[in-house]
Design a protein. Structure first.
Lengths: 135, 156
């Protein structure tokens, strides 16, 4: 606690309600973007269960595959997929803002950086799909 | 003049305080030595930020297709019959490179979550104290998850 002379001027301290992030559309998009990380972590847990079942033998693994097909789990997966697509879009956009790439004296336009990242995304997705499905 | 007790420092208090202070040059003997680049990188903040960033890229590049295949295409029956059979997946995952890939795929998004969720607790849930405790809980959960993933992968 301070014991010096009182303030000589009024101080403006903005009061922010706890729900400030619901107030405008950009705030809501920000909160949604940050919250996608929860779904990323949820999928990490699912993958961890997948690997654990795999380490426990054939029966446990096939039990896990049956669990994956439950309607509730499929709807959770759909929400996770939507969240991850939103994360990918926002992540590429903010990468283009943070990492400015220079060629010669000019900056590469942000749209081109996002387009390049989308191209990489398509190629990587194709490679991953190849390994899961046909390899 | 009497003054009522003030529980928290306001912006005005801090500004007032800084007005009262005189800036003095520290004697060179007391000045802290500059940290080496390596030590800077090994401090927790840049290390966890790096893991957060790597996790962001893993989540953006690898998770949509992985969720699409394991979570949706498999349940919908769009995959070939043998795609997720036990023998084939065990064979695939036994490869050391596949294990390394899976370790990154499981653990980096957890570090991404830890960093974002730490600030979600402060900003969206409105908890403004307990900063140290929340940070330790978030990063600790991610570290535990990564360790668990490594352990399980070594047993396959």
């Amino acid at each position: 606690m301070r014991t010096e002379a009182p303030r000589r001027y009024p101080v403006y301290v903005p009061k922010v309600p706890p729900t400030w992030w619901l107030q405008t559309a950009p705030f809501r998009r920000f909160a949604a973007r940050e919250f996608t990380a929860v779904f990323a972590a949820a999928f990490s847990v699912i993958l961890l269960l997948f690997l654990f079942a795999l380490s426990q033998g054939k029966e446990a693994y096939e039990g896990f595959l049956r669990w994956l097909r439950l309607p509730a789990v499929v709807s959770l997966s759909s929400i996770i997929l939507l969240a991850m697509l939103y994360h990918a879009g926002t992540w590429f956009r903010l990468t283009a803002h943070i990492q400015v790439i220079r060629v010669g004296k000019n900056d590469v336009p942000r749209g081109a950086v996002v387009a390049a990242l989308l191209g990489i995304w398509i190629v990587v997705s194709a490679i991953v799909a190849y390994f899961y499905v046909w390899f | 003049m009497d003054r009522s007790p003030v529980a928290e420092l306001s912006l005005g208090d801090i500004l007032e305080d800084s007005d009262a202070r005189e800036v003095k040059r520290r004697p060179s003997s007391a000045r802290p030595r500059r940290e080496s680049r390596m030590r800077q990188l090994l401090r927790p903040e840049p290390m966890f930020w790096g893991l957060f960033s790597a996790g962001g890229f893993v989540a953006a590049l690898l998770l949509p297709i992985t969720v699409g295949i394991l979570g949706i295409a498999f349940a919908a029956g769009w995959l070939p019959m043998e795609a997720l059979s036990y023998e084939r997946i065990v064979d695939l995952v036994s490869h050391p490179l596949a294990k390394l890939y899976l370790l990154a795929l499981v653990s980096l998004p957890l570090f991404h979550w830890a960093h974002r969720f730490r600030y979600t607790v402060h900003h969206q849930f409105g908890v403004h104290g307990l900063k140290r405790l929340i940070a330790v809980a978030c990063y600790g959960t991610a570290i535990a998850g990564a360790a668990l993933a490594a352990l399980v992968l070594l047993r396959i």
